[in-house]
Design a protein around this ligand. Structure first.
Ligand code: G4P
Length: 530
């Protein structure tokens, strides 16, 4: 690679902001995504942004099941230009149905926006996703949404963030008017006030106007004075923006707004451009950093099958980690050393697919017919590199799966092993249960539906599922397994993918009782993404 192209790659990487929104269902992620795109110049004509069924937008309905439920199961990528930057927004599937994919997406981002509902604050799914961000050291910006509706006090919400997850809040904007009476936002660093007014005629978009402080003090009394008091208090406790603390993942810039009337959304984009990190060097399995302008390398973070019902294809989503990707390049698969041709490289948004000619660090490339690729795989050009695998997560849902039709056992076995190797679901076994009745384990129940659907439609192996009442998983060892095998309401299973011995319990209580009785046995919590 020539010296100029090194510079060009570094420059392109520097313009990229690749992030995901982490939130609890109903906090407003779809609404925020739509609002973000309104400010954006959509690069690849990806069409409208995805929404829930019936809503304006593209629902990514490549699976029958998705259509029926009106949800987006698989992640899409929204790529757009904003100011001088290129933004890649990776969608994390949500809607209460959790899956490993949700976590894996976080292996491909450089930052996350934690979206909170002003009335609800931190909610369980947000906490789970935040844990993954923390363990992966992903810097997190916080957006407090729905400020146009009655909610909690701003200071109380900040306090909750600090107390619950130990992340120091650093407000970037501050609301004038309590939740439900939003008048506008003050820029904490400069004191500049932007007032928002609902437009006449029932339109939902709010109009923004910069109002000088003297006028605001009169026109927005008493809200203005309250906001100033709160800002003074924040000043006293030292909540000023601290870049090092943000990048180290110990503090979070906080912005307030309302996605639905589009308040504070452009400010969030500005914050992403100004504060969020661009792609940086990535450490390989041997602990060596690979610079963004090194020869090409990419990490597969997700594999999706059956996206196009007319072709049985499989698409791998790859994040570019270093170098320039050019369609047609022949890459090397780090795991096997085999070549991988990239003639069919695409960007994917919902049902829309566009051929990608080139991509830079931070971008996501969809590789079609990627039967040989698995989540966590590395592809590279020229200089070999392999990135650490994406960890599997502690399953919380378990079910025994059995082939429901005589004569289909071969298809059943093939299907189970395929889904296991793709990382759609974790497959656990024990001598006691035997090969005919493996246990499927998932972080979210939706994974069972995806697995059942694929076993039936793709492998022609109808199955029955028998849910097991376990919800807590710990890793143990052979000595631990011996003790645990003699206990009730606990079972030790071997994970196919890596041979790990997983002890599964009906409840935390059961785990604690056993732990107290046998303090010597190994019962390790599984990583949340480290
Ligand atoms: P999700 O993707 O995180 O699940 O949330 P989604 O955007 O679907 O938003 C959940 C609900 O919250 C939606 O209402 C949406 O209109 C509303 N919402 C999102 N942002 C704001 C906001 O800033 N202010 C207000 N007032 N509401 C907001 P819904 O009635 O459940 O759905 P819909 O019928 O409006 O689509």
């Amino acid at each position: 690679m020539s010296a100029t192209s090194h510079g060009a790659v570094a420059g392109e990487a520097g313009r990229r902001r690749t992030f995901a929104v982490i939130s609890h269902p109903d906090a407003g992620k779809s609404t925020l995504t739509e609002a973000l795109a309104l400010h954006a110049e959509v690069i690849d004509e990806a069409g409208a942004v995805h929404g829930k069924a019936g809503r304006r937008g593209v629902t990514s309905d490549w699976m029958e099941m998705e259509r029926k439920r009106g949800i987006s199961i698989t992640s899409a990528v929204l790529k757009f230009a904003y100011r001088d930057s290129v933004i890649n927004l990776l969608d994390t599937p949500g809607h209460g149905d959790f899956s490993e994919d949700t976590y894996r997406v976080l292996a491909a981002v450089d930052a996350a926006v934690m979206l909170l509902d002003a009335a609800k604050g931190l909610e369980p799914q947000t906490l789970k996703l935040f844990d993954v961000c923390r363990s992966r050291r992903i810097p997190v910006l916080t957006f407090v949404n729905k400020w146009d509706r009655p909610g909690r006090e701003a200071l109380e919400l900040l306090d909750e963030v600090e107390q619950t997850i130990g992340l120091r809040p650093m407000p970037v904007t501050w609301p004038v008017g309590v939740a439900g009476e939003l008048r506008g936002l003050v820029e904490c660093a400069t004191g500049e006030f932007t007032r928002f007014r609902r437009t006449a005629g029932g339109a939902t978009r709010a109009e923004a106007e910069i109002v000088p402080a003297e006028r605001a003090a009169v026109e927005e009394a008493p809200h203005w004075a309250n906001a100033q008091d709160e800002l003074a208090l924040l000043d006293e406790i030292g909540a000023k923006y601290d870049e090092a603390a943000f990048l180290a993942g110990v503090a979070t810039p906080v912005l307030f707004g309302a996605a639905l009337p589009n308040v504070g959304v452009a400010r969030l984009l500005d914050a992403l451009v100004e504060l969020a990190p661009s792609p940086a060097e990535r450490t390989d399995v041997d602990g060596r950093p690979r610079a963004v302008d090194a020869p090409f390398s990419g990490l597969v973070f997700k594999v999706q099958a059956g996206m196009d019902p007319s072709h049985r294809d499989r698409m791998a989503f790859m994040r570019v980690c270093s170098g320039r990707f050019e369609r047609g390049m022949v890459l090397t698969h780090a795991g096997t050393g085999k070549p991988f041709a990239t003639k069919y490289a695409q960007s994917v948004f919902g049902q829309q697919r566009t051929t990608i000619e080139e991509a830079f660090p931070g971008d996501i490339v969809g590789l079609v017919n990627a039967g040989a690729l698995r989540p966590g795989d590395t592809l590279y050009a020229e200089d070999p590199v392999e990135y650490p695998p994406i960890p599997s997560f502690a399953p919380e849902h378990f079910a025994v799966v059995r082939c429901a039709e005589a004569g289909k056992h071969k298809q059943f076995r093939r299907g189970i092993s395929q889904l296991d190797s793709e990382g759609v679901i974790q497959v656990l076994r024990s001598d006691l249960r035997g090969d005919q009745a493996p246990v499927l384990a998932a972080v979210g129940p939706l994974q069972f539906e995806v697995a059942t659907h694929r076993l039936e439609s793709e492998f022609r192996a109808p199955v029955t599922l028998e849910p097991l009442g376990y919800s807590v998983t710990r890793r143990t060892d052979a000595a631990g397994a011996e003790v645990l095998d003699r206990q009730s309401e606990v079972e030790v299973l071997t994970r196919n993918a890596d041979g790990a011995l997983l002890a599964v319990f009906g409840s935390k209580w059961r785990l604690e009782t056993i732990r107290r009785r046998y303090p010597e046995i190994v019962l390790e919590a599984l990583p949340a993404g480290s």
